[in-house]
Every structure is written in C-alpha cells, then in structure tokens.
Ligand binder design. Structure first.
Ligand SMILES: C[S@@+](CC[C@H](N)C(=O)[O-])C[C@H]1O[C@@H](n2cnc3c(N)ncnc32)[C@H](O)[C@@H]1O
Length: 326
C-alpha cells in the first residue's frame, strides 16, 4: 500500500524562476465519453495493446506503469490524467529516474512505495501550473467592486486555492491595494497549492520581465522592484505581507484553514478533476463562504452540476444558494 504524499513543505522539487508546467488535461480517466463513435473502453484496450517503449526512449515505460501512475495521481491529488498523456508523464518523470539511476519506471514506482519523501516530488512533477498576472482580468474588476462595497471595518479574507507560482494571489493583492488606495488594505490572502515547488516560487515573488509585462506599467512600478543586474522583478514587501502561502491539497479530508471567506478563487484547477471530485470540493467550499462571499471559477469551468449548493452570478462567479445576492 502506498503512503499518501507528504504534507511537509520543502524545496526538494523546486524549479527555477521560469519553471511553469503548462500541459492541459484532455479528458477524464474512467470517462465513458465517446469520440468519433469509438467507445472509450475499446480505445483504452487498443492503447494498452500498444507498447509504450519507443526505441528512442531512455527508460522502460509500460502501459501498466502508466496506468499505475494515473491511478496514484487520481487517488492522491484528484487529477484525472487523460490516456493520451503518456509522453507528458514520461518526460516529467524521466528526470526522477535519472536522479535515482533507475532503468525502468517499474523500479521508480517501487522506490515511490518505499520512500515516502519522493511523494512530494512525484506530485510536483505531474501538476500543471500555467498561470499569469491578471489572467481572466474581468474577475479582478468584479472583485474590486466587491471590495469597495464592504463598508464594515473588518479583515477581508480571500482564499486562492490553486495559486501556482503566485501571479494570481499577487494580482489579488494589487487589486486590494488599488481598491483601498493603500499598501496595507484590510485584506488577508491565503494562497495555497498542492505543489510545494510553485509555492516556494510564489513566496519568493520574483518574476521575469515577460511575466510581469501583461500588467499595467503603473502596477509594475508601484508594486515591484527591479533588479538591474538580472532584470528580475520582485513583489514589494508590502504586497507580500498580504499573502500567506501554504500547501493545501484540495483532495485532503482536512484543510488547515478558517473561513469565512469573502472570496474563494478556484480557477483553472477543477478542470483537472472529474465531476464527483469537483462536487465534493464545492460542498466544502459553500459553508466556507460568507453569505455575501463569491466563488470565482475559471472561464471553462461550470459548476451548474452543483446547483443545489451554488448559484451563478454570471462570468463564472458563484454565490451560496442561501446568499441574498442576485
Ligand atoms: C493551471 S494552474 C492554475 C493557476 C491559477 N489558479 C490560474 O488560474 O492561473 C493549476 C494549479 O492547481 C494545482 N493543483 C492541482 N491539483 C491540486 C490539488 N489536488 N490541490 C491543490 N492544488 C492543486 C496545481 O499544482 C497548479 O498549480
């Protein structure tokens, strides 16, 4: 029996500044959807019959190894990898085999079973972290309006639950500073992710020019300092003070956090989960939201299958069913 991934933080799988992994899932494992009239079960059998070992491959990688990896990733991270992702899995994990001097994926999987410290790097290697500053920018306009409407003097709480390398929580922090015309707005942002390597990058808050340049130049000037030697832009201490980075696996039965949140940003991560997994997470989100709190989802994520929990306000923004907001 394989142990669950470690929940400890660490840099063992840390990637350099540029290291976002950006492959998107194509479909859900176990899905019965048909493509071109072909049943997925038949397709899976056909794929299994094909050896995964191309003559150009450095390591032995069988369809049984691939199935095992898909199953482990699904069980521990909820990520439903499509059967078409063999090459991606091979290239992401080949460096781990090299690091341990193994010849086959079977040897690596045995190692994973024995050495629990490898779990963190295994998961980190297989997540997809594509993100950018002010991605789907309309959400930051909606959030700005939401923040300006809060008249009580209290701490405003935002959870960014798949924060990747930090661009999203820093965009939230900038939105808060702008909304309150202050570098110390009454806002606390919890930025979490399953991947400890991206969390470490977020905590560092340093980005290349091409990563920050999507932002308004005034924001770059106001909220980042530039190192003239390497042309790296680092978020100012005031901005970083608004954010706490922490490892939280959305699939874990316990989340080390406290509501109630004014906003939960859960964008472009649910697409990696199947509907029952999404529903289970949404069921836990709903009571963590304030009555006037909003759940922000990615543009291709619809939660209409959870209409007994959440109501859509449009633009992939949701509220609790019992919210007075329309
Ligand atoms: C494509 S990125 C999206 C980043 C950001 N939310 C955005 O929209 O730009 C997806 C992130 O979800 C994280 N993730 C995947 N499975 C997760 C899980 N079970 N719990 C928490 N985070 C997870 C990945 O590590 C990755 O950083």
């Amino acid at each position: 029996m394989l142990a669950p991934p470690s929940s400890s933080r660490g840099n063992s799988g840390s990637r350099p500044l540029t290291g976002q992994k950006d492959e998107r899932p194509a479909s859900t494992p176990g899905s019965t959807a048909t493509a071109s009239g072909l049943h997925v079960g038949d397709l899976t059998k056909a794929l299994k019959a094909v050896s995964l070992n191309s003559p150009h491959r450095e390591f032995e990688f069988t369809s049984a190894d691939f199935d095992r990896i898909r199953k482990l990733l699904y069980e521990h991270a909820g990520i439903a990898l499509s059967p078409a992702k063999q090459d991606m899995v091979y290239s992401r994990l080949a460096r781990r085999l090299r690091a341990h001097n193994y010849q086959s994926f079977a040897q690596y999987l045995q190692h994973l079973e024995r050495d629990h410290s490898e779990w963190e790097t295994f998961i980190n290697s297989l997540t997809t972290n594509l993100t950018s500053f002010f991605r789907e920018s309309h959400h930051f306009d909606i959030l700005s309006t939401q923040l300006k409407q809060i008249k009580e003097k209290r701490q405003i709480k935002i959870w960014c639950c798949a924060s990747s390398t930090g661009e999203e929580p820093y965009s939230l922090a900038i939105t808060a500073c702008e909304a309150f015309s202050s570098l110390s707005p009454p806002v606390q942002i919890l930025a979490s992710d399953i991947d400890t390597a991206v969390l470490a990058q977020g905590e560092q808050g340093s980005y290349r020019r091409d990563q920050v340049e999507r932002m308004q130049p005034a924001y770059i000037e106001r909220y980042f300092t530039r190192n003239a030697v390497d042309n790296i832009y680092t978020a100012r201490a005031e901005l970083r003070r608004l954010i706490v980075f922490r490892r939280i696996n959305l699939l874990s039965p316990i989340w080390a956090l406290q509501g109630a949140f004014d906003a939960i940003f859960c964008r472009n991560v649910m697409i990696y989960f199947d509907k029952p997994t999404q529903y289970g997470i949404l069921k836990r989100f709903a009571p963590l939201l304030r009555l006037d709190g909003r759940l922000y989802a990615g543009h291709s994520e619809s939660f209409l299958h959870a209409s007994d929990l959440l109501r859509s306000l449009g633009h992939t923004v949701y509220v609790r069913l019992d919210s007075p907001l329309r």
